[in-house]
Write a protein that binds this ligand. Structure first.
Ligand code: V4E
Length: 239
């Protein structure tokens, strides 16, 4: 993404650093996963539970653009697609391995989230000024632009690190009965995505993962609870 000097000044350095790219590969967990993690030297760094509430318009304007707005632990987050740099795969990382990874820009600054969301749904939203420092608790902006909660679930997450720098492995148990693991590297804005893909590939090899694409929690949640929304996203090749 190209930011103007104005954007950079408005957001500030701290917020720019928060606009990282999350590169991750999901995998299926089984009875041996914990043992395998121990064998490869993964260290458990904790367990936590959190509730996710996802929001979109009734016509799915955000998710049809692969944009995922959620509230987790009283904080807002927006995941947006990130353009794939053509040199990433060409210069070493196998295209097949890279294709098993997703990459999304993670935005956590609420004013920036509101700006991006309003940009997408400007046809239906009233032309209101966005507050410079909106509060995390004030949810009036959601109804003003017709955003409703379409998914609400909790996850129990156990997290591990490996000697690979900056890499984390999460084992998630969603409260609707789906277990999924993910190998994740957070790359700061402008950072080295190729190296993140290589770290994930090495770790997937250590865990003995197959080349199978694995569905995320949202995929299963929508399939079970909101088939119309699910089918629209499948037809649009978002899921
Ligand atoms: C990006 C996305 C969604 C938002 C939730 O993303 P996900 O990483 O699956 O959730 P979670 O709880 O692990 O978030 P984290 O704590 O890592 O930030 S919902 C659907 N997508 C798109 C998507 C996709 N197309 N393919 C895959 C494999 N995952 C997600």
């Amino acid at each position: 993404m190209c930011l103007s000097l104005f954007d950079a000044a408005r957001l500030g350095f701290k917020d720019l650093m928060k606009m990282s790219v999350e590169v991750e590969r999901k995998f299926l967990c089984n009875a041996d996963t914990l043992k395998t993690l121990e064998e490869i030297g993964a260290v458990c760094i904790g367990q936590r539970q959190f509730r996710d509430q996802y929001f979109d318009t009734p016509k799915f304007d955000l998710t049809l653009r692969d944009m995922w707005l959620r509230k987790r632990k009283e904080c807002w987050e927006l995941k947006c697609p990130t353009a794939v740099n053509g040199t990433e795969e060409a210069s070493g990382v196998q295209a097949k391995a890279a294709a098993l990874c997703s990459r999304y820009r993670e935005i956590t600054n609420l004013a920036e989230i509101q700006r991006r969301v309003k940009e997408v749904i400007k046809d239906i939203c009233q032309d209101r000024e966005t507050e410079a420092s909106p509060s995390q608790e004030d949810e009036t902006w959601l109804s003003e632009i017709n955003l409703v909660c379409f998914a609400d679930f909790t996850t129990l997450r156990q997290s591990f690190t490996l000697e690979e720098q900056g890499l984390q492995i999460d084992l998630d148990q969603a409260n609707f009965g789906y277990h999924v693991g993910e190998i994740e590297v957070l790359v700061p804005e402008g950072g080295d995505v190729q190296s993140a893909l290589e770290k994930i590939e090495r770790t997937a090899g250590k865990l003995g993962l197959s080349d199978q694409a694995v569905e995320g929690k949202m995929h299963i949640y929508l399939q079970r609870n909101h088939p119309e929304h699910y089918n629209k996203l499948l037809n649009a090749h978002v899921l």
